[in-house]
Design a protein around this ligand. Structure first.
Ligand code: FMN
Length: 331
């Protein structure tokens, strides 16, 4: 049984990765419905929270049914991180997660995210201060190291555990790799094998099929896996992995009715949460994924991404459901 503090996560939890501009409440709702065991907000800038920037504030919105859920913070200044953890705690998440993995220049070049992998003493101090300042469990998400020659995750894991973090998620790439190449889980497995490590270790990077989840579970011994890109437009990945781990059977893919239902749920939540204009606009990048592989879908997709209002989008989605129901396609 994997546990973070008092939070029980089941035998082999499946985590939805924090993803900026993706893992917002509407997206999380469809992932939760399909079996995500622990979810995170998008990363939130500590400076943004302290400035009370609307964008950062809105990312604190969490809902009861989402529990357990973590708020993820990033920043390069220890005082600001501590202060922002207090602001985040007031939103009553189940845990606070610190981002030491973000590779993008705007973050890492300001001394935040993966940049802390180049300054382990500061990373340890920042984490220790946050752990001391909050009664919530603190977890960390990071990468193997900064580059090929500084893969220091084994040391990082021990030192962060020693100052009180309660779980560690490791993305099997370095900062320099960004998202290129294949994630290397070898070091993740070594962290897990270290007899000194007691906290749950979650593996992350390139899990995109039930078979791979089982293979990596067995090969690297992790306590759970975190899934990012494979869940975008395919929240069914969670239930498919669960089914496969439980029965060894590959579940049938979602039917068209399920695809339409999930798209509608995501869309209607977006409208409620972001407002009409932004809700319609931001949903446009999701249609391709929700209907990937569906034959002859292109004309519908073109219409969906051009539809100007909520009513138009819903009418097209109804037409999609009717069309494919009558031709009997269960993709
Ligand atoms: C669009 C996008 C946004 C991301 N934003 C975040 C973020 O806010 N915080 C974070 O820790 N990682 C972020 N990541 C990294 C993912 O959490 C994850 O570590 C990475 O995608 C590898 O997992 P995957 O192969 O399952 O996608 C992001 C990744 C993507 C693709």
């Amino acid at each position: 049984m994997a546990k973070i503090g008092q939070i029980e996560l089941g035998e082999f939890p499946l985590l939805l990765a924090p993803m900026e501009d993706v893992s917002d409440p509407p997206f999380r709702a469809v992932c939760k419905e399909n079996g995500a065991d622990l979810m995170y907000t998008e990363f939130i800038s500590s400076e943004g929270l302290i400035r009370d920037a609307a964008k950062s504030r809105q990312k604190l919105d969490i809902f009861e049914y989402e529990r357990p859920i973590g708020i993820q913070l990033f920043g390069g200044d220890i005082g600001n991180m501590v202060q922002s953890a207090e602001i985040a705690a007031a939103a009553r998440p189940d845990l606070i997660d610190i981002n030491y993995g973000c590779p993008v220049k705007a973050v890492a070049c300001r001394g935040a995210g993966a940049a802390l992998l180049q300054d382990i003493p500061k990373m340890v101090k920042m984490t220790a201060e946050i752990v001391k300042s909050t009664s919530l469990p603190v977890t960390v998400k990071t990468r193997l190291g900064w580059d090929e020659s500084t893969k220091n995750i084994l040391e990082v894991a021990e030192r962060l555990q020693d100052i009180g973090i309660q779980a560690l998620s490791i993305h099997g790439r370095t900062r320099v790799q960004m998202y290129k190449g294949e994630a290397d889980w070898t070091l993740i497995g070594q962290v897990k094998e270290n007899p000194r490590i007691q906290i749950p270790i979650f593996g992350n990077g390139d899990i995109d099929t039930p078979q791979k989840a089982l293979e990596y579970k067995n090969r690297y011994g992790v306590d759970g896996v975190m899934i990012g890109r494979a869940a975008i437009g395919y929240p069914w990945i969670f239930r498919e992995i669960k089914e496969y781990l439980r029965t060894g059977q590959v579940a049938p893919p979602p039917t068209m009715a399920e695809r339409v239902q999930a798209t509608k749920k995501h869309f209607e939540f977006s409208i409620r949460w972001k407002g009409d204009r932004l809700g319609v606009f931001e949903m446009r990048r999701h249609y391709t994924n929700y209907f990937k592989g569906v034959p002859d879908f292109k004309p519908f997709r073109m219409r969906l991404v051009e539809a100007p209002t909520e009513a138009d989008v819903l009418a097209i989605l109804d037409e999609v459901a009717d069309t494919y129901a009558s031709v009997g396609v269960a993709v």
